[in-house]
Design a protein around this ligand. Sequence first.
Ligand code: SAH
Length: 345
Amino acid sequence: MQSIYDLSYEQLQDVLAGMGEKAYRAKQIYSWLYKKRITSFQEMSDVSKGLISKLEENYSLDTLKEVQKQVAKDGTVKFLFELNDGMTIETVLMHFHFGKSICVTSQVGCNMGCKFCASGLLKKQRDLTAGEIVGQVLYVQKELDAQDERIGNIVVMGTGEPFDNYDRVMNFAKIVNSDFGLAIGARHITISTCGIVPKIQEFARGKYQYNLAISLHASDNKLRDELMPINHAYPIEVLMDALKEYSIDNHRRLTFEYILLHGVNDSEKQAVELAKLVKGMNAYINLIPYNQVDEHGFKSTDEKQALHFYDVLMKNGVKATLRSKHGDDIDAACGQLRAKHEGKL
Ligand code: SAH
């Protein structure tokens, strides 16, 4: 049975029209689902019994099952959820000075094969449905309800490649963005891709207001080929062309993510090359400390070198942020908790 959380507001309107119902019902139902956050259709007290039965017959009100939860010293929470078919996924809740941010998973496993990433240890088993991604946000929001707190930011940066599950991820974003539902502003939703160029172009054509982040991690093709197999299909110059077009046509700023890997991509020369590559673009670079995955042998750059790398970028006219580690004392790297759970780490 399809989950009702798979439906965008417009799709729900269509479904209701097909049931011979008035369009305003969609607003009521969305409000029950996402504002009052019900756990049973029966709770919808202003919806007729007849419509409740029809919804119950056709749609499930699926929620995720928590199987594990780790809380780090800095308050970062990592959830391991079980889906209906028994597969597991991870979701992370982070506390920033600007609010609560949630990192959601878009696929069970990942096929992109980035060499430093724990997610790739478990190949893609399937795409998540829009409802399963929505479910992660709703579950965490329900937990926050108890403290009267609200999720302010969503990053699609958990396990999986969102642009390898494009339609469902875009529907997910639409659902959580809807004013009739969770109403999370488009500019507070970030989608992160390893660089699937045709999908970046499709995203550009959609004129969305969501933020786009690109996992770059290297500024030359030789190294990027080694670290990220996707670079063979869409090398740096092709990727940069698509990004420039998107950024200029849509007047949007881009974020480049760059994990600092000790002795691999963190030299002064590489900082200068990186600055050259993005100079003149409406972009900034997010320098990310590496969360060590024992299997892979990469090490995180030390703080002194990271600061130097940051300084070189700034001196070369490129905006950058040096992100502090979140949830260092828990298995916070993408896919680490799950890989451990499945016995792969
Ligand atoms: N596939 C998408 C989104 C998931 S990965 C993408 O590639 O952007 C989200 C981010 O976490 C990426 O920048 C990825 O490179 C980074 N990442 C993966 N493993 C990491 C680790 N062990 N430590 C720090 N960042 C990691």
